[in-house]
Write a protein that binds this ligand. Structure first.
Ligand code: PSU
Ligand code: MN
Length: 306
């Protein structure tokens, strides 16, 4: 299946030289943040990965190819086109490829492509999960299924309360996905460092995470792992401010009848609007922090032989 992949020059070299590589997703660029902050953030993420000692591979579907590593013009195109580009999750990949339709890949689709390319570590902001009211809407992100199937470590800032955090943890437990706290016992809630929930295992170092994943692979235990890395203190938000914004955004979404793949982008955009951009500033910083930790993990995993 590797014939469907097109590597950037930088990633191809890294592959040839056996360097640690970190996957980055593209829905966060097109649908997760407004232009121009999205492009600036994507480029800075790549720089942070390089500065930490790994090679970034931003993933998307362009011109009928699974792109692993994007050129700067391609990042500009994704960011400028924004929601005009298709949001591609697992179920959309074959459609994009068969019809040569460009797609910005979600966590699920990015994991699938990273796995094909043998990239084992992936940095993002937040994953999709079990949505609030999922008991009636059945809105559960394909990201969770992918974590249960595909052997990639996903570094996130925990679960955002646009989701039902408790149900998301239950789902991951059912599916056998480890939720690891990076230097924390408490599951971070994306914009804030704490939630009412605990992670499964507190990990003190990137090496500990790499060691655990290496063992999971050696045991042939299918699936990935979710690392929850708390937002740095100086960028975390006031809990009441973000909780109110999210509650209002969820209510508004119900009134408007928004559902399916539009839900998450709508909620993310509405929360930025309701917090007058404060949530965007925090979101950007937590992504940078995740890029750094993902790079450290990829370096340790590389030493263990992947
Ligand atoms: N959460 C964020 N920012 C994002 C997303 C989620 O804080 O950009 C994106 C990711 O690409 C994630 C996707 O994989 O939304 C989940 O969408 P859905 O809930 O439709 O599966
Ligand atoms: Mn959904």
């Amino acid at each position: 299946m590797k014939q469907f992949i097109e590597y950037s020059k930088e990633v191809q070299h890294a592959m040839d030289d056996g360097l640690p590589i970190v996957a980055l997703e593209s829905t966060i660029i097109s649908h997760g943040m407004p232009y121009p902050q999205n492009v600036e953030t994507a480029k800075k993420c790549e720089e942070i990965v390089r500065a930490t000692g790994a090679i970034p591979a931003t993933i998307a579907i362009l011109n009928g190819k699974l792109k692993v590593g994007l050129e700067p013009e391609e990042l500009d195109y994704l960011g400028k086109t924004g929601q005009g580009i298709m949001k591609t999750s697992r179920r959309d990949i074959a459609y994009n490829m068969a019809n040569k339709i460009d797609g910005a890949t979600t966590v699920a689709a990015t994991m699938f492509i990273a796995d094909l390319a043998d990239i084992r570590v992936f940095a993002t902001g937040g994953i999709g999960g079990v949505h609030r009211n999922a008991e009636t809407t059945m809105d559960i992100s394909a990201d969770l299924e992918e974590l249960s199937e595909t052997g990639v470590i996903v570094v996130s800032a925990g679960a955002k309360s646009i989701l039902d955090i408790g149900l998301t943890l239950e789902y991951l437990e059912t599916k056998g996905v480890e939720v690891l706290g990076y230097q924390t016992k408490t599951l971070p809630a994306f914009f804030t460092r704490e939630s009412d929930f605990d992670v499964n295992f507190k990990m003190d170092t990137a090496f500990d995470i790499a060691k655990l994943f290496h063992m999971k692979r050696a045991l042939n235990l299918r699936g990935g792992m979710l690392v929850a890395n708390p937002i740095p203190k100086e960028f975390s938000m006031e809990k009441s401010l973000i909780d109110n914004a999210i509650n209002d955004a969820v209510k508004e979404m119900d009134v408007l009848g928004i559902k399916g793949k539009e839900s998450t982008p709508y909620l993310l955009g509405k929360v930025v609007e309701l917090t007058k951009g404060k949530s965007l500033a925090s979101n950007i910083e937590l992504v940078f922090n995740n890029c750094k930790v993902a790079s450290l993990i990829s370096i340790e995993l590389n030493k263990l032989g992947g």
